[in-house]
Design a protein around this ligand. Sequence first.
Ligand code: SF4
Ligand code: SF4
Length: 412
Amino acid sequence: MNEDEAFEYVKGTLRSERITPYHPYEIEVVRSIEKCINCGLCINHCPVVAAVGIDRFSGPRSIAVELSRSPPEYWSTADIVYLCTGCGTCREVCPKNVDIPEVVNLIRARIFKHRPDLVPKGFYVVQEPLTEYNLAFQPWEDKEEKSESRDMRLEKLGLPYVQDRVLDKAEILFYPGCQAEERAQEVREAAKVILDYFDVDYTLLDEMSCCGLPARLMGDDQTARSLADRLKKKVKKMGIKKVVTTCAGCTSNLSDLSYYFDWGVPTVHILEFLAEDIGLQRFGEDMANSSRLSPVHVTVHDPCHLIRHTSRQIMDYALEILREIPNVRVTESEAYDSCCGGGGLVSYHSRDVADAVVKENIEAIQKTGAERLVTPCPLCTAQIENNLFKSGSSVEVDDLTVFIAQRLPKKG
Ligand code: SF4
Ligand code: SF4
């Protein structure tokens, strides 16, 4: 009996007790909980606790100390685990490296399995398109309308349309993610402009499918695994050596999948690709020749899925890239790396909590005096843009991939 078969056997024997044993890949997370020394440092840094108070969200320590240690009663914690945005701040400050965001995923998965009636109804808005179309959003019904919307956005942004490239074999896969595929189409198109400008030999998927992160956050591990397997098969068949994304969530999820499930194919955000594969020197030299450089004052938001789930190096690259673009002035916001509230699918069932979390960012952005906020994630872009708009602010928001593509010289 191999490890997976043994796990399935034990799972079967405990089904009637409504207990799911830990899968071998979850053991590391469970061991991290056991190291908690109950110090409470994490509570002081949790953005949800700061935004809505300890009475509404009891915080990371209670997840580590109380909730996670009573497997048969996971469902009694449903009101708490669904308010965590998965930002990873608690894990970053924890002296014992307790992996709270993964503990939350682990508990959500058990609630999904044994008490689906307690899963927030708002999550089914995501689950339906995932099951039916392998996408986290309802796809456009009318493809012509989708193209028209794309073209209107490109015209407004002054970006050219680059034809889609779909090859049988390629070294680089550009993976836009569901948000850029079906909603923020300008991000998908901007990445193509950048890749085309630097003559990168890349392909898109013949048919876009989700990386599985939303299913994982919902607790629907089976759908998450099946979406990941589907993608892995395609990546292997095409001989892909590297995946390039424009979404912070896809970057961290695909990197995790590669690590835990032996993909052997690294995933990098397009900022890393620009800095490491194209090179900052070449990027800077080309930018110096660009005539599309009206002065602009920006501030930057760091997505949690990049800095706390992948690597802070990526946002160091973002600043270096911005420094290479003439006429761009950057002012750091006091809350540059604070969670925007858009993660963990919290907004799908408790919009008030997600919007309370982003308030700190909104105030700090306005204090910088910048005219634009740039961030390399379409989900953070949407969350911050909506809330800046609601607050009556005149600060505009750009996805950083779009901001860069707009400033590249015209391809000669
Ligand atoms: S999870 Fe970490 S930071 Fe939080 S109480 Fe436990 S040891 Fe302290
Ligand atoms: S991951 Fe973020 S929101 Fe969740 S408990 Fe930790 S600090 Fe709070």
